[in-house]
Design a protein around this ligand. Sequence first.
Ligand SMILES: Cc1cc2nc3c(=O)[nH]c(=O)nc-3n(C[C@H](O)[C@H](O)[C@H](O)COP(=O)(O)OP(=O)(O)OC[C@H]3O[C@@H](n4cnc5c(N)ncnc54)[C@H](O)[C@@H]3O)c2cc1C
Length: 273
Amino acid sequence: MSKQQATSQDFAAIQHHLAHDNHANRKAMLDFIANDPIYIPRYNNKLEFERELALQRLKKLADKGFISVFDFEKNPLNIFAAHEIAGMVDGSMGTKMTVQWNLFGGSVIKLGTERHRNLLPGVDNLHDIGCFALTELGYGNNAVEMETIAIYDDNKREFIINTPTPLAQKYWITNSAVHAKWSVVFAQTIIRGKNEGIHAILVRIREEDMKPSKGVVIEDMGVKFECNGVDNGKLWFKNVRVPVQNLLNRFSDIDENNNFSSVVKNRRDDVAI
Ligand SMILES: Cc1cc2nc3c(=O)[nH]c(=O)nc-3n(C[C@H](O)[C@H](O)[C@H](O)COP(=O)(O)OP(=O)(O)OC[C@H]3O[C@@H](n4cnc5c(N)ncnc54)[C@H](O)[C@@H]3O)c2cc1C
């Protein structure tokens, strides 16, 4: 058998095969990154600079529309495609991307309903940067035992959210230390004295001037071993009130008579979304 030299067509064919899908968007994203000096690696940066750089790099990709929260409905594989390219370029930018479009935006579009969709354009253009507050200091992998509590006030039709103990502080929350205005907060949800399990509730954590919202305490987790462009923070809630409409209510809801209903029957069950 004769030896054959691999040709550039062969490499192109392998690349095409490995990329699997969304080839045009992947190529456009790679070309864009290759031609903008902001994506050239930078070392020995100050913490603040590293975080701003990750955000500005992400903002440029957002402005070009390489990823959209609406991809969850129209083209879910593009979410992965954009992550694969972003992850090759800057791990911090990739982490901020996944929290903004996947954990935060993905929760809003897939756990929320029509009444939450007004937030989605702000997810895509980064006007509304969000975070995903699941992990607590005492409850990482065992999140179902978390302590953050959301008590429903029937009269005002509001949730009152509290962090009852130090172990209940939301911990490691990406985007929360500096950039996020919104959080999807997971909390034990108490309605008429009964714990109805963990639900996801939209909570404003910073106002437009980026000052923390009333009752929200935010602590910066500072320098890490790696990925210092990711602004990780700790969150505490002190009697934070949010309207019932902020419940991401695709699977569990509270009607106009304050009756709760849910398709999730047991606290460790999941649902297909
Ligand atoms: C950079 C960074 C960003 C993050 N961003 C976010 C974010 O945006 N939002 C968010 O909610 N969280 C975030 N997290 C938190 C992350 O999701 C948690 O760290 C993760 O869920 C693990 O929780 P833990 O650190 O408390 O570890 P633990 O749950 O305490 O686990 C510690 C060790 O014990 C093992 N272990 C735990 N339970 C069991 C078990 N039952 N059986 C066997 N072994 C077990 C684990 O495998 C692990 O080795 C982030 C973390 C990091 C490091």
